[in-house]
Write a protein that binds this ligand. Structure first.
Ligand code: G3P
Length: 217
């Protein structure tokens, strides 16, 4: 499974990219606002840090302006994935932009039928929002399962990019359900390595090693 980080914070992106385990970045207008940076500048900078896809979202609602915005974003770097909302205009823009060779991430997906439409429109990524479904007492994981089944039934190449991930358990569950990508907030991504028995075991090994009086280097 690929890991994207869901942030526009450059320090976090650089730090996580240094692990060699980061496959891409997703941003959205809320994350750009949180960064306090100029949208085009920060997205271009992110594209220079990671080789994989960097999602940058259009803000227009009509297809013509979405296309103009998407084409401008796509010119920033080769690894831009233009993010469009799951509306009819967004789907039309998706079809045109993918036809032009641009990666497209269709976002704000909350149903399997929406995901089916995005695949038919040639989306590179579909972004089902797990946490926001859970927030209203619906089942985000059930949605991942439904989309996986539908995409496999028809061999759609659209990658399932599980978004709105809030916990380490969310990451494990979407991996078990066969999501292609998880986009994860920096703190949750860092937390995946944690286990108290790892810490305890390491402490014991190091204490015993010290008793031997030996050194490797
Ligand atoms: O990037 C979209 C998504 O990951 C947002 O997550 O936590 O704001 O629902 P959240």
């Amino acid at each position: 499974m690929k890991f994207f980080v869901d942030t526009a914070d450059i320090a976090d992106i650089k730090d996580l990219a240094s692990t060699g385990l980061l496959d891409g970045v997703t941003t959205n207008p809320s994350l750009i606002a949180k960064s306090g940076r100029n949208f085009l500048e920060v997205v271009e900078e992110i594209c220079g840090i990671v080789e994989g896809p960097v999602s940058a979202e259009v803000t227009a609602l009509d297809v013509d302006t979405m296309l103009a915005e998407g084409r401008k974003l796509a010119k920033l770097a080769k690894n831009i994935a233009v993010k469009v909302p799951l509306t009819w205009d967004g789907l039309k823009a998706c079809k045109v932009l993918t036809g032009e060779g641009t990666m497209v991430n269709v976002t704000l997906c909350f149903s399997a039928n929406q995901a089916l439409l995005a695949a038919k429109a040639g989306a590179t990524f579909i972004s089902p929002f797990i946490g926001r479904l859970d927030d209203i007492n619906l089942d985000g994981m059930e949605l991942i399962h439904e989309i996986r089944t539908i995409y496999d039934n028809y061999d759609y190449a659209t990658q399932i990019l599980a978004a709105s991930i809030r916990t380490a358990n969310h990451v494990k569950e979407v991996a078990m359900l066969g999501a292609d990508v998880a986009t994860v907030p920096p703190a949750v991504l860092r937390s995946l390595v944690n286990h108290p028995l790892t810490d305890k075991g390491l402490e014991q090994f190091l204490a015993d090693w010290k008793k031997t009086g030996q050194k490797i280097l």
